[in-house]
Design a binder for this molecule. Structure first.
Ligand code: ATP
Ligand code: MG
Length: 170
């Protein structure tokens, strides 16, 4: 038995909640796969996981600073290849937890459709738990998930002009 989690909304804490669950899952003996869409660079947690936690596999399917510009054909093909790989990983049953970080953002930018993602999730191995993160989750994805958390931004220092800081935001 497995469930689909969706961590969405504008507030901080979606990706870090997923990483927290990844630690809990490996601690309990599950193998974990973290697929990151849109992102190209390794954030602090990923750099550490890649060096020290062999039971968590990570892969990024984006290029640098994607969010700041219009998606290129390269962004689109990376995301499409990512979705194809993720489909296989969800299906093969090797992982007890698969995280699809910023998958909603890939959909928001038209890199693939929510229907394609839902299809891959529905085709997963019965023992593979799934976590999807990112803003702007579409109603069909919300309907397809079993657990939805909406991170609500009550306050954030970025409105004061604070840039993303290594170790806290990236
Ligand atoms: P986290 O990775 O900290 O758990 P998140 O996954 O909920 O956050 P995202 O929407 O993926 O948040 O945004 C990535 C990071 O960028 C977050 O840490 C967020 O606080 C930060 N952020 C979002 N918008 C801005 C902005 N305009 N300026 C600076 N930082 C921002
Ligand atoms: Mg995030």
């Amino acid at each position: 038995m497995s469930y689909v989690h969706l961590y969405t909304g504008n507030g901080k804490g979606k990706t870090t909640a997923a990483i927290g669950l990844a630690l809990r899952a490996v601690g309990a003996g599950r193998r974990v796969y973290i697929a990151q869409f849109v992102k190209g660079q390794r954030y602090g947690e990923i750099a550490y996981i890649d060096r020290r936690i062999p039971t968590i596999t990570t892969h990024r399917y984006g290029s640098e600073c994607f969010i700041e510009r219009k998606p290129t054909p390269d962004d689109i093909s990376r995301a499409a290849e990512g979705l194809e790989e993720v489909r296989r990983i969800l299906h093969n049953g090797r992982y007890g937890l698969v995280i699809l970080d910023e998958a909603t953002i890939a959909i928001y930018f038209g890199l693939f459709t929510s229907a394609e993602l839902i299809d891959a999730i529905n085709d997963r191995h019965p023992d593979t738990e799934v976590v999807i993160t990112g803003r702007y989750a579409t109603p069909d994805l919300i309907a397809a998930a079993d657990l939805v958390t909406d991170m609500q931004e009550v306050k954030h220092y970025y409105t004061l002009g604070v840039e993303a800081r290594p170790g806290i935001e990236c």
